[in-house]
Every structure is written in C-alpha cells, then in structure tokens.
Design a protein around this ligand. Structure first.
Ligand SMILES: Nc1ncnc2c1ncn2[C@@H]1O[C@H](COP(=O)(O)OP(=O)(O)OP(=O)(O)O)[C@@H](O)[C@H]1O
Length: 748
C-alpha cells in the first residue's frame, strides 16, 4: 500500500514560532485538561525546539511523558518512544487515546504484524517500541522520517542503558544506532539530527555520564534536572525478620486492619482474631480461612501454584537455599514482553469538552514551601491501595495467600505467573478492584496509578535506585503516602543470583551496601539521604515526615573508648602485617585455630580479641561492633582491606586519618549516633519496632547494663562451628559454590 493512500494524519509542518508556548498551553488544556506546563517540561521542550538532545532527570510521577508527547501534537510528526516493558507501553497508549492521541506499541514478537506496518506508514502520533524492535526497524523508520517525519526519539527509563544502574538491559546500550542512523549526515533530507530525549527518575551522576556516552548524545545535550524529592512521601524503616508467618502477623496486622476491620468510613466491618502463629509453622496453618470465599478470583487462578507453594513452605530453610531455589525464585528484571500481547493500537477518542478541573487526574508541582508540607503531614493516610515488594516469587504467593486469608483483596505478581494473570492483576489494580498487590520487581516501572497510598518493601531491595523507583509508585496524586522498608537489620543483605561480570558484581555489591547503609541510618532524614544519593543538594535539613525526623535520632554517645580499642586492635594487626619480623603474637596468634586467620583477620576476629582482652566488653556482640566499624569507615578512619567489595566492612585496615585519631588526646570525645544494628544489639531481649524506642533504651546506662546482663544469662552456649579458611579449595557442598559451578557450566 502506498503511503499517500493511507488515512495518515495530515502533515502539518508546524510553524512553531515564538508563540509556541501559547500553542502548547492551548493543546494542554484542550487535549489533557492541564492548565500549564511544569517548569522542567518547558525546559525540555525548549531544548527540543532548538534541535538539542536532552536528558531529563525528574522525580517519579512528575510528568516526564508529556515532554515527549507534546512534540508529536505540536508538529504532526511522529514521536518514537523506546520503552522497556509492554505493560508500561500499553498503559501510556491507553491513556493517550483518552486524550485524543493515537498511539501503538510494538513488543519484540510478531515482526510482520499489521500494527507495525501501519506504524511505519505514519498512522499513529506516537509509536512505543521496545529496544530490540527499534533496532530491527531502522530502515522503515528512516523511510518514516522522510515521509511523515519523526519529531523526536524519546528513550524512557533511560537508566536501563547503564551497566552502573539498577536495571541494566543490554539492548538499551545498542540504542546509539539512533544517533548514527538519524543524523543529518546520514539522512540528506534532514536539516538537523533528529533529537534524542532521554528520561529517568533514578540516575546517579555516574549513570548520567554513562547514558550520555553510550547513547552518543551530543556534547551540547541539555540536562534538565528537577528535584527528586517527593514531599508527600513518608519514609520509614522497621526491623523485621520478614521470613516467617510470625513476622507477617506482626508486620501486616495494621494493613489487614486498614482493609478489613475498618470500612471506608472507619466503621468496624468484622473482628478478626489473629491466630497465634509459630515462627516455624506453615503460613497456612494459622490463617483465618473463613474469608477464603472472598478471595479475589484472580488469585485462585493460581491454584496449582499455590498448592505447590504450600508444600514448599514447609520445606526447610536449607532446602530454600538450594541452587534451584536461588535461580528460579527471583526476578532479576522483567523481560520486555511482560504481558501476553505483543503489540496493540489505540485510536484517539476526542477528549471531553470540559475537563473536570477537580478530577483525580491532576497533580500539581510538588510543594516545597514548609507550610504546604506541614499541611500534607497533618493529612490522615487514606485507605487507598498498597504494593508490597518482596525479593522472591515464592513470597509473593505466600503473602498474598496470608492476606487473602483475612479477607484482603490481594494478588501476587511475579514473572513466573501466566502473562494473562499478570495483565489481569494489572488491570484490576488500576480499576481499584484489588487492594494489595504483592510483587517482585516485575511490577514496577510505569505503574502510574494516582492513589497508591502504601509501598511496603518486605526484605532488602538490591539498591537505593530500585528502592526509590519502586517507592515512587506511591502518592502520585500529591496526597500523603507511606513507604516502609521492613528489613532484617540484624543481617547484611545478600545479592540475588544473576549472571554478572566481575565489574558488575563489584557495582552490585556497592549498590547493595549503599542500600544497607540507608537502612542502618538513625540520624539523617531519610528523604535527604535518598535524594542526595542521586547527587542532588537536598536544600532542606529535614522532610519532617520520615521516622528519623518524627522520632528524632537516638541520643548521641561518646564511644571514644570503644572506638579506640577497635582501632588499636586493627592498627596493631596492620603494623604486624607491614613489619618484617612478623611478630604479632601478643595481638592475635595465640593458638592454632587463629593462625588460620593470620593472613587476613576479619572484623569478627578483632571483636573476639577485644572481648578476650577486656572484661568490660565481654558481653558485647559482633552486631554492635559492626555498627561501630561502619561509623569509623564513614568517618574515613578505616577502609576495606579486601579487594572484593563487601556489604559490610569485613577486613578493616586503618587509614592515615584513623592512625591520627588513635594518637589523639584520650580526653577528646567521640560522640556519635548509634546505628540501628547497635541499638538493636542493645535491645535484643525486647522487641522494639521503632528506632526511637531502641534509642531510649540504649541511652540509659542502667537499662543497657540490665539488658546486657540479661543477655548474658539468656545466651545459649555457642555451638562450636568449624570455620573454613577463605583460601581453602571451594567445597561443592556450599550454596555459593554450587551456584558458581552451575553458572560457569551454563556460561561454557
Ligand atoms: N503539566 C501538568 N499538569 C498537571 N498534571 C500533569 C502535568 N504533566 C503531567 N501530569 C500528570 O502527572 C502524572 C504522571 O505523569 P507521568 O506518567 O508522565 O510521570 P513520570 O514522570 O513519567 O513518572 P515515572 O517516572 O514514575 O514513570 C500523570 O498522571 C499526568 O497526567
């Protein structure tokens, strides 16, 4: 079919003059019902009008999509948007059609579909396409550029380009072909290169540089940065073992209350007596299953899976850690075809004559004035929907079953579930038929649902980037929303299995370590920590809403004596290591067992040494000293002595600064805020749920003494554990080694 004979939209070589803003505002009001552009949207459009490449870094839910949608409407040319997931492309197309804009999406399947052919003839204003497909369509796109014209290539969720980011997709990296193939040099009919617009909400400085370089964006690329601060999000961190029904009972009772006991108007709907669940028991054993008939049918779709899962729940912890479990039970990232549809088209319905100005579909620029934030803080947290993120697929099913057992309308979402089920969960969530979705990272990017009130991370996320991206699904309507991280603060998190190069492994550990530090923090405003992680100057001291701001940091303690003794032990080892005669016997090597560690003693050994040396510290535990080591590391007094990166410092070495500290006057104080593991170590016998409570306990020397004494008397005798030298040959029996063997077998 000839291009001319197609019902393509008229090619308006729009005369975009100085009155472009007037035109855009009228388009905005007519098509979208918005009163004006946001500042960053305007900046991005100005760059595009100047034929400049542009990198847009703006908060989740701030309205980045409009930056690339407007050029299509303003020029009548096509905008090609590269996007990582079918679900995300589908949602955007569906929304655009309501605004009178025609759009289609092309996944990686069905290369000869009619939608693709129509797209290449210019029948849609906007083409959403996955990276794999755009690479295949270079020639047809060049023809499209010549006929109808391409206004812009937008690369959405562009952090996927970077190996240093949290969601690396190798095909995104190949998108540099766009610059090569759509430049004025290559296509003689072009007056200037077709601009690239790259957009993300989560890119550190390192990732930003990598994006510019790997996409071959021009040297004059305009970087549009807005604050990543989301003033209506309240961030909290709570300690939980997160692995057992007993934790569910403790952690989810309030959530169950929200949906089941209190109706929309706050009246009690039914009284639920939470069953006493044994820590080791099967999660199904104690559930009130009387609500089973109210379980969303969507969940029952997975009957087979659930039964299979029940069997698995009873399996031992050891079995859970098998290689198969590790490889098959996590979603590293969602493949582009996350739904059971490969492509789709949406024709624009005419937008309503009058937009409902008070409608729920409008958000405003985030308030940065203190009074406005004060107003949000005082708002009650509305019922709204919740997303619970968990690390493993099994946990999505387990927690969904648990919540459904209490009558909550909950469903699981993970990449191993049938794609038809995923599409249904997605749709029902958007239609407010589901109250809670329990998901792996597969349910993340592009969930643009305005009224999500709670994001719960149940287990450590793999990075601060992933955490902030997922937390950003909350409160897109600007109203108060809560983002709670439940994590086991007693244990450093581990990397989920994935194939990584050596460099990527290092980077992955670094990101995990940063995330761990976020959880351990007790003194810095959480929102400040999060936005500063991305290189932004927060500009405020506090968000006034997170748990640290509300509860206040714990009481500062003078840990000069403790810091001194730890630094001394570390430094004496270092002196011995660097000395020629190797006489270190007064420090560490008093028996044969220890000699095994002489090559490189770790923090654990240093702590044992301190306990042996000093009666005063006999009752202290490694957890507490780990916290202190982290503080010393943050201050630059010690550094990791291993070539590998560890989530928590493992083989500490003193720095110059640390040695100076050791020489400092003993009278000098060393006041610090205890980190959460230190507080937790001091309150292990009592269950605390917030840092403020731990803080109170720790601050009082008498309470601390009592706790330590009681800890001593409750302490079970240590099981003698045989430790293997790090240098010893890999033993195939360990999970790590079996996994390594399996991965290397697959590679070869
Ligand atoms: N100028 C504007 N005025 C009012 N509302 C707007 C404006 N621009 C966008 N919005 C609204 O903001 C919401 C979020 O938009 P969008 O999905 O583009 O966010 P995003 O920045 O891409 O988020 P994410 O990074 O999380 O995907 C949408 O519901 C959109 O309608």
């Amino acid at each position: 079919m000839e291009v001319e004979s197609l019902p393509v939209l008229s090619k308006q070589e729009a005369q975009i003059g100085s009155d472009w803003e007037v035109k855009v505002n009228s388009l905005l009001q007519k098509q979208f019902g918005y009163s004006s552009l946001k500042k960053f949207q305007k900046e991005a459009l100005v760059a595009w009008l100047d034929h400049q490449d542009c990198l847009v870094l703006a908060a989740t839910g701030s309205g980045k999509s409009l930056c690339f949608q407007i050029p299509a409407l303003l020029t009548g040319k096509v905008v090609v948007v590269i996007s990582p997931l079918i679900s995300l492309m589908h949602d955007q197309c569906s929304k655009l059609s309501k605004h009178g804009v025609s759009a289609c999406f092309l996944g990686s399947g069905q290369p000869d579909s009619s939608v693709e052919q129509k797209a290449m003839r210019g029948m849609y204003n906007i083409i959403y396409v996955c990276p794999e497909t755009v690479l295949r369509l270079i020639k047809p796109l060049q023809r499209l550029a010549e006929n109808r014209g391409i206004a812009l290539f937008a690369i959405d969720e562009v952090h996927c380009v970077s190996k240093w980011g949290h969601d690396f997709r190798p095909d995104y990296r190949r998108l540099s072909v766009l610059r090569e193939n759509f430049s004025a040099n290559c296509l003689k009919f072009l007056k200037s290169d077709i601009p690239l617009m790259a957009l993300t909400a989560t890119a550190t400085i390192q990732v930003q540089k990598d994006i510019l370089k790997s996409l071959c964006m021009s040297k004059e690329t305009k970087i549009v940065v807005t604050s990543l601060f989301r003033p209506n999000l309240r961030f909290l961190v709570k300690h939980s073992r997160t692995s057992s029904p007993a934790s569910y009972q403790k952690d989810f009772c309030q959530l169950i209350d929200t949906y089941v006991r209190k109706g929309k108007n706050g009246e009690m709907k039914k009284t639920i007596i939470l069953p006493e669940l044994d820590d080791q028991s099967d999660s199904s054993s104690g559930c009130d299953t009387s609500g089973a008939d109210r379980i969303s049918p969507i969940y029952n779709l997975e009957d087979g899976d659930i039964d299979a899962d029940n069997d698995e729940i009873t399996s031992t912890r050891e079995k859970e850690m098998s290689v198969e479990y590790l490889e098959n039970d996590v979603d590293i990232f969602q493949s582009v075809d996350d739904w059971d549809v490969a492509c789709g088209e949406f024709y624009g319905h005419s937008p309503p004559e009058e937009w409902d100005i008070c409608g729920s579909s409008r958000i405003t620029d985030p308030p940065d004035k203190l009074e406005e934030r004060g107003r949000i803080m005082k708002e009650p947290l509305e019922q709204g929907p919740t997303i619970i993120y968990v690390p493993t697929r099994k946990e999505t099913l387990r927690i969904a079953k648990y919540l459904c057992g209490f009558g909550v309308k909950a469903a699981a979402y993970n990449a191993a579930l049938p794609k038809s089920h995923l599409r249904r969960v997605h749709n029902e969530f958007h239609e407010n038929k589901l109250e809670v979705v329990i998901a792996t990272i597969a349910f993340g990017m592009g969930i643009d649902k305005l009224n999500v009130r709670r994001i719960i991370h149940y287990g450590w996320p793999q990075s601060v980037e992933a955490y902030y991206q997922e937390a950003g699904r909350a409160g897109r309507d600007g109203k108060l929303a809560e983002c709670t991280l439940y994590a086991n603060l007693l244990k450093a998190p581990t990397l989920l299995p994935n194939r990584r190069s050596e460099d990527q492994t290092k980077q992955a550990y670094k990101m995990l370590s940063d995330c761990f530090r976020y959880g351990m923090n007790t003194s810095c405003c959480r929102a400040k920590m999060l936005v500063e992680y991305f290189g932004e100057d927060f500009g405020h001291d506090k968000c006034l809403m997170c748990d640290v701001c509300v509860n206040g940091p714990p009481v500062m303690r003078n840990l000069k004596e403790e810091a001194n003794i730890l630094m001394q032990v570390i430094a004496s080892y270092s002196v011995w290591k660097n000395s020629a005669d190797g006489s270190y016997d007064d420090v560490m090597c008093s028996d044969i067992r220890r000699q095994k560690f002489m090559e490189k003693p770790n923090l654990r050994m240093f702590v044992s040494k301190i306990r042996e040396q000093s009666q005063k510290f006999l009752a202290t535990d490694l957890l507490w000293w780990r916290g202190l080591a982290r503080i010393l590391e943050n201050k630059g007094y010690i550094r990791e002595g291993d070539e590998k990166i560890h989530v928590q410092i493992k083989f500490p070495e003193p720095t110059e600064l640390g040695l100076e500290f050791l020489q400092s006057d003993n009278e000098q104080t060393f006041y610090v805020y205890p980190e959460s593991d230190m507080l937790l170590s001091a309150s292990e016998c009592k269950s605390y749920s917030s840092f403020s409570e731990w803080g109170k306990g720790w601050a009082d020397p008498e309470t601390r003494r009592q706790r330590l004494e009681s800890r001593q008397s409750h302490k079970k005798p240590r099981k003698s554990r045989r430790r293997k030298s790090r240098k010893s040959n890999p033993e195939p029996g360990t999970v790590r080694n079996r996994l390594a063997a399996k991965l290397s077998k697959k590679k070869s």
